[in-house]
Design a protein around this ligand. Structure first.
Ligand SMILES: [Zn+2]
Length: 157
């Protein structure tokens, strides 16, 4: 059922595990530090081993130093030695549900190109995406060895 759910956002079948993940993302959202925008976001990141890492956005008075909920969840998992991500839930009080920003999509793609991204709001609306759909062409550092060998400056397409 998990696999079927990953096929597209139109397939909105929900699993018990997802209900639990959504609850965790919504609960974490309340821990957000968002005194400037009041825009609170919670994320719950599921790993292959079944562990869940959460994150809420942390704003800063300089605005530019703000870190999104998704990245807080990723950094939390990495600091616990886990990086086999299979699904992320993103919860916010927006309609339609918000999707991860470009920076978060890039950070997520570093670890899980096949990640399932489930975006929810407080009214029960659920949108599903694959990370590949949200970020079809992520930045990938060209291998230095390859660059030296071929003298190519750009990645071949
Ligand atoms: Zn973001």
């Amino acid at each position: 059922m998990e696999r079927e759910a990953a096929k597209g956002k139109k397939l909105n079948r929900i699993t018990m595990k997802e209900i639990d993940l959504i609850k965790k993302a919504k609960a974490t959202r309340l821990k957000a530090y968002a005194p400037y925008s009041k825009f609170k976001v919670g994320a719950a990141l599921l790993t292959k081993s079944g562990k869940v890492y959460t994150g809420a956005n942390v704003e800063n008075s300089t605005y530019g130093l703000t870190v999104c909920a998704e990245r807080v969840a990723v950094f939390n998992a990495i600091n616990q030695g886990d990086k086999d991500f299979i699904k992320i839930i993103v919860a916010a009080d927006e309609n339609p549900p918000v999707t991860p920003c470009g920076a978060c999509r890039q950070v997520l793609s570093e670890f899980a190109r096949d990640l399932v991204v489930v975006c929810v709001n407080l009214k029960g609306k659920i949108d599903r995406y694959s990370l590949k759909e949200l970020l079809p062409e992520p930045f990938e550092k060209p291998s230095t060895e390859e660059k030296h060998r071929t003298g190519k400056k750009e990645k071949g397409r």
